[in-house]
Design a protein around this ligand. Structure first.
Ligand SMILES: NC(=O)c1ccc[n+]([C@@H]2O[C@H](COP(=O)([O-])OP(=O)(O)OC[C@H]3O[C@@H](n4cnc5c(N)ncnc54)[C@H](OP(=O)(O)O)[C@@H]3O)[C@@H](O)[C@H]2O)c1
Length: 323
């Protein structure tokens, strides 16, 4: 498994991280096609396959994701690091301290390895939030501070607000089809040694190749994603066909090629969401695949040709209203 340094901490995390928004989340269809047992098996399978970081958040499944991880961890705690997030509406000084306590309880831990601010909240001064984060480090409740969904400007302000610590990671959306961070955030983070934890690395399943204009997932999460629309998938077909061809060439699946492309970049780890053991194992195995420079550049050039447009967004809005 390829490893990536977490900020300048010296800690090396697996380039494939297990994402657990799916755990306990009705919006992803939890309880219909997959169960608590499937989620726990995804945790164990990931660890077995060399994944040493699991990402969750207090809001995932309204706390159920953290609870499931807590339960699964009883068997594997020593081998794995835990990252969770404080919600954007809990960012006052007291709000952060209390949210952390609740997450520790649900996870059954004494310390969280990486505590992240889930979304910036323009109504609460970042200084207040970061003061609480530093107190949590001092009190031994959290090991490191991260942020999520922070633009370059907000990331710089968050770092300036810290006195004795630094931000070690920024968790943002990044995949072959959504590469906006490459413009300024990614180069800054590489330069400053802040790890990018890339979420939705499979574009919520689009890059696995299993969805098409005639076969769309039905859950609420994907209904609101403009990429998971018949119009976008129709336009994306040539690119997905090509990705399928490359996958066959390297004896891997499309999902693995999409993940391997992401983690070929310095200071990037991919948080792949999984609903069961099989997905977790397949994703983890992508951390062992090395693409050639030629393959990486070819895949990059293909993906540059495709962008979601305004109409994809309108169509997904119509699908939500029509549900
Ligand atoms: N910080 C944030 O604001 C934020 C936002 C989003 C996500 N995240 C984090 O990032 C993680 C991943 O992002 P994501 O869940 O949005 O998207 P993702 O990882 O791109 O896609 C996950 C979905 O793809 C399908 N899948 C996964 N592995 C597969 C495989 N090997 N073969 C076939 N299908 C597979 C599964 O759904 P189906 O089987 O139903 O297709 C799974 O639910 C989340 O779990 C969460 O931890 C954070």
């Amino acid at each position: 498994m390829k490893l990536v340094e977490l900020g300048s901490t010296g800690i090396r995390v697996s380039s494939i991280v297990l994402g657990t928004w799916q755990f306990g989340s009705a919006t992803w269809g939890y309880g219909k096609g997959y169960s608590e047992r499937d989620c726990m098996e995804a945790v164990w399978a990931s660890v077995e396959a060399g994944v040493n970081l699991i990402d969750t958040a207090e809001v995932y499944g309204l706390g159920v994701s953290e609870q499931i991880i807590g339960k699964a961890l009883k068997e594997v705690r020593d081998e794995v690091l835990i990252a969770t997030k404080v919600a954007g509406h809990h960012l006052t000084y007291d709000g952060v301290l209390k949210a952390c306590e609740r997450s520790l309880n649900r996870l059954g831990l004494k310390m969280i390895d990486l505590y992240q601010v889930h979304f910036p909240n323009p109504l609460i001064p970042i200084g207040q939030t970061m003061k609480a984060m530093e107190k949590l480090v001092k009190d031994g409740k959290i090991r490191h501070i991260g942020v999520s969904n922070f633009s370059l400007g907000r990331l710089i302000k968050a770092r300036e607000a810290l006195k004795s610590e630094d931000v070690v990671s920024n968790q943002v959306r990044y995949n072959l089809l959504q590469r906006q961070i490459e413009k300024e955030l990614l180069p800054y983070c590489v330069r400053e040694k802040i790890t990018i934890l890339a979420y939705s690395p499979l574009a919520q399943g689009v890059l696995t190749g299993k969805y098409s204009a005639d076969n769309l997932p039905k859950d609420l999460v994907r209904t609101v994603n403009p990429l998971v629309s018949s119009s976008y998938l129709r336009r994306a077909k040539p690119l997905l066909d090509e990705l399928r061809r490359i996958a066959a060439e390297v004896n891997a699946t499309m999902a693995q090629v999409a993940l391997a492309w992401l983690v070929s970049k310095p200071y990037v780890a991919a948080i792949a969401g999984a609903k069961n053991r099989q997905q977790a194992l397949e994703n983890a195995a992508a951390g062992k695949i090395t693409l050639t420079d030629k393959q990486i550049e070819y895949i990059s050039s293909l993906s540059r040709q495709l962008r979601p447009n305004f109409l994809d967004g309108v169509r997904s809005f119509v699908r939500v209203v029509a549900r």
